[in-house]
Design a protein around this ligand. Structure first.
Ligand SMILES: [Zn+2]
Length: 293
């Protein structure tokens, strides 16, 4: 890839995730996001949901960027899917703005995610950027998601390179000042590293890096009516990215009986994320890996 020029910084993809929404508001009144050689645009992705203070209006916007849902020949009444189509068009190759070389999409999680950097497209430039950030920011964790191609539902997939930032724990609709400031620093540093890459000063595949490779999601135990039958066990609560070994307590039912983990060792994340209740996800399994990034 040539130099990175067009960078899109996104907040409010989910309308109740306040760190990104508030950072956009802060950056709108300043020239803090300017960098030599970069054309940086900001986007409040879901203004309608932000107005309502909700994750989305009628469909999760950050699950609406698959090829099928963006296809205008499929009629839709969904406000969020219409918005996804609008964003994808504006930021496409022939769109009114630009086709982003990189999209940085800022999210929050109620889970203890720290500053999780999620990448789908495992490009060496993005890998080097997140590897450097992991060395500089103690709260950074790297989450490599599977390559999804046309089925990629995430907003960041409209860019040539993608970087989704998940900041937590923060209850949705609230704003934690420490997380606000540390995320501001993190995004600024991403832009610095992009400039460094453009100046041929960012070595690729040079840092030994620990990352977490996403595998399956795990649902809560449910009764015959599909209602929750257990909760996250207190031992697991907040223990994102820590090894969960076979036999460890993972859920506890309403009578207080612990339920043990029967699978192989995994490093769960998004533990108890409130927005994933509707998606029937209690946590997401990962494998811990090390490589030169
Ligand atoms: Zn989100």
């Amino acid at each position: 890839m040539e130099k990175l020029k067009n960078i899109l910084v996104v907040g409010g993809t989910h309308g109740n995730e306040m760190t990104g929404i508030s950072l956009l508001q802060y950056w709108a009144n300043s020239d803090y996001l300017q960098r030599p050689g970069l054309n940086i645009d900001t986007l409040l992705a879901n203004p309608q949901a932000t107005q309502l203070g909700r994750r989305y209006v009628d469909y999760d916007l950050n699950r609406a960027f698959t090829k099928e849902l963006l296809d205008k020949s499929n009629e839709t009444r969904s406000e969020d899917i219409k918005r996804a189509r609008e964003i994808a068009e504006i930021y496409s190759e022939n769109g009114s703005k630009f086709w982003p070389d990189m999209v940085i999409d800022i999210h929050n999680s109620t889970a203890n995610m720290g500053q999780t950097l999620i990448i789908n497209n495992p490009h060496p430039i993005t890998r080097s950027i997140v590897a450097h950030l992991a060395q500089e920011f103690p709260m950074v964790k790297i989450l490599q998601e599977p390559i999804l191609g046309d089925n990629n539902p995430y907003l960041a997939s409209i860019g040539k390179l993608d970087l989704t930032v998940e900041i937590g724990p923060q209850p949705h609709g609230t704003l934690n000042a420490d997380l606000f400031f540390s995320t501001e620093k993190l995004v600024q540093r991403v832009l610095d590293l992009i400039v460094q890459y453009n100046e041929n000063k960012l070595p690729l595949a040079s840092l030994e890096t620990t990352y977490f490779e996403q595998s399956d999601a795990v649902d809560y135990p449910r009764n015959s009516k599909h209602e929750l039958d257990a909760m996250i066990h207190p031992n697991l609560w907040g223990a994102d990215y820590q090894a969960l070994e076979k036999g460890a307590k993972v859920f506890v039912d309403f009578s207080g009986n612990a339920i043990q983990w029967k699978g192989e060792t995994t490093w769960p994340c998004f533990i108890g994320e409130v927005a994933y209740l509707e998606k029937k996800i209690a946590f997401i399994k990962t494998d811990k890996k090390t490589a030169l990034w």
